[in-house]
Design a protein around this ligand. Structure first.
Ligand SMILES: [Zn+2]
Length: 601
């Protein structure tokens, strides 16, 4: 008997021109091995600087250069091991390389752990004199970014006590992960007559996209009945992580847990508050969308389990890899020749590991380092139209990585705050290109619905999460108890506001506020919302504007982390300290909802 999986080739059977070319990193495993051994041995170099960082600017500079060189070689070794192991996760040789790399990287982090505290312990005047040295200029920003933390760094014995608490500080998170990923079992669900599958976090999402409403509804109620059984444990764990955040912030002289979380990006609280206010002001458009969806799906009442299924399922379109690349390049023409030529050479060459093979990591990602191509992993399928969007998304990351190499190594890594801008910008351009050329309404509905849901999930939903994180941390900061009732009650109020008066909110949906893993890394998700908002605002600017707007955007791609994220975006043309970019994104949402309303009649 043959099954579809029989047709998936093994790694060895894949044509070489369909794979990425890692030879710019190392031509073979033994070259990696030799470099790895040299790298591992060079860890001892750190010891030379221990206790001496404040001696002179020359020593400080030497230490910084040594650390950068070590890091740069480590990036190469890690990239090779990581990419090789993704080619076939069952290949134990490469899992071995990856594990060895991670082991030595951890050892190196420990060996160099004195850098930060020693630099921060240098008396202010001396440190300022070091920073002002012309020879230090290429590292001034690195040092200034570190010095910012001085006001939030404690004395040696206090820091030692905090370091001793690092592991116990993770308890709440560990309890949640163990419950959520190991102990909780969600039973089985029948997704078509006679076909039962295990309900899990992954298949739950699959079920919510199922065209059969009974499947969606059953999955929803079944999934949450198991959370209901553990509501007290979940609340205790969530309260624990919130209190830990509040404690850590207080002890390090931050006014709030949110300020502590936003401090590394140098983003003021107003950005967060503007985001929430702008999304709140545009909620009527979100409510209208649910009404349109309800109409299009011919429902008498709309529930949470009705919002993930596409209104128009995947349209039948066939694009070979070459055609997909062509489409991506055509849609990105507004970015000019330089961008287009580099990307064309990369995609038609060997940046991308294109197709599925046995054991290959699923999904897609972009990854590379300063001394390699900006590689892309795909599992491209000709008949999955969404893969063209995935391709342009990853191409956006890769071009950002490529252009960031205009910076010296120390400023070539861009931060999470801006990371999703270049990728979702490209999706915007592809969506607009296709929408302008759509030949029938089915196709139009598909593109519009796709983008609406994207904005809803990335901007609206994540902002609701962000607002919830703020509320429950505020409560803890005012010493109010975080009970099941409080947590669910606060979450329910947000659900009511975000889904609107005509939405049927099932009682168990408030359990969602207890089960989102991101809440254990609080004040992070707002960056998804600001990132997509910036991308939409920039896509509007570049497509409507001229060469000044385009050049500003390209300069942003080339700027790496040479400035703080808000300054990078401001230079590109969007000021995240004002509500305008979020408003621009939601204006687009609004227009799309109006169009969808017309199309579904
Ligand atoms: Zn991405």
């Amino acid at each position: 008997m043959s099954s579809p999986t029989d047709r998936i080739p093994t790694r060895a059977e894949v044509a070489i021109e369909h794979t990425w070319d890692l030879s710019r990193l190392y031509t073979n495993d033994s070259e990696w091995e030799a470099a790895f051994q040299k790298w591992e041995a060079s860890i001892e170099g750190y010891a030379k600087y221990r206790g001496k960082m404040g001696e002179s600017w020359q020593t400080l500079l030497a230490a910084l250069l040594y650390d950068l060189e070590f890091g740069r070689e480590g990036d190469k070794l890690g990239t090779y091991a990581f990419l090789k192991s993704s080619e076939d996760v069952s290949n134990s040789t490469y899992q071995g390389l990856k594990a060895r790399y991670l082991g030595v990287a951890a050892k190196a982090a420990e060996a160099g752990s004195f850098f930060r505290p020693e630099i921060l312990a240098i008396p202010d005047q001396t440190l300022q004199a070091f920073v002002n040295q012309p020879e230090i200029a290429p590292h001034r920003l690195t040092l200034e970014r570190l010095i910012r933390f001085k006001a939030h760094t404690l004395n040696e014995s206090e820091e030692r006590i905090l370091a001793m608490q690092i592991e116990t500080a993770q308890t709440a998170h560990n309890v949640f992960s163990q419950l959520n990923d190991a102990d909780l079992k969600f039973g089985q669900i029948e997704i078509e007559p006679g076909r039962k599958i295990d309900l899990s976090h992954g298949t739950y999402m699959m079920c919510l996209e199922h065209p059969n409403r009974e499947v969606r509804k059953t999955a929803f109620h079944q999934y949450y009945s198991h959370y209901q059984d553990h509501a007290n444990t979940l609340s205790a764990a969530l309260a624990g992580t919130v209190k830990q955040d509040v404690f850590s912030a207080k002890v390090r002289n931050y006014k709030t847990a949110r300020e502590a979380a936003m401090f590394p990006d140098n983003v003021p609280a107003s950005v967060y508050d503007n985001l929430v206010a702008a999304v709140r002001a545009n909620l009527p458009a979100v409510h209208k969308y649910y009404a349109v969806r309800k109409k299009a799906m011919k429902l008498d009442a709309i529930h949470f389990y009705d919002v993930y299924v596409p209104i128009q399922s995947n349209i039948k379109k066939h694009h070979t890899w070459e055609q997909g690349v062509e489409l991506v390049l055509e849609s990105l023409k507004p970015l000019g020749q330089e961008y287009g030529n580099i990307l064309a050479t990369g995609l038609r060459g060997r940046w991308c590991d294109r197709y599925e093979n046995k054991g290959k990591r699923s999904g897609a990602f972009s990854a590379g380092c300063y001394d390699s191509d900006p590689y892309i992993l795909m599992n491209y399928k000709d008949d999955v139209f969404d893969h063209v969007f995935t391709l342009t998304h990853e191409a956006g990351h890769s071009m950002h990585t490529h252009f960031s190499k205009s910076q010296p190594y120390q400023y070539s890594n861009y931060t999470i705050f801006v990371a999703e801008v270049a990728s979702t910008f490209n999706e915007q351009l592809l969506g607009r290109y296709l929408m302008a050329r759509a030949t029938d309404d089915q196709e139009r509905i598909y593109y519009i619905n796709r983008e609406i849901d994207d904005i809803r999930r990335t901007i609206v939903r994540q902002t609701m999460f962000a607002e919830y994180e703020k509320i429950i941390h505020d409560l803890a900061e005012r010493n109010e108890p975080l009970t099941v009732e409080t947590l669910r009650g606060e979450y329910r109020k947000l659900l009511d506001a975000y889904f609107g008066p005509d939405f049927n909110i099932d009682a168990e949906l408030s359990l969602e506020g207890l089960r989102i893993p991101h809440f254990y890394n609080a004040f992070y998700v707002y960056k998804y919302s600001t990132g997509l908002s910036a991308a939409i605002a920039l896509a509007e600017r570049v497509t409507q504007g001229g060469s000044a707007e385009l050049n500003a955007y390209l300069s942003f791609l080339k700027a790496g982390s040479s400035k703080d994220p808000l300054d990078l975006l401001r230079d590109a043309g969007v000021d995240m300290e004002t509500p305008e970019p979020v408003n621009a994104a939601l204006k687009r949402f609004n227009e799309l909802v109006e169009q969808l309303d017309q199309l579904v009649g």
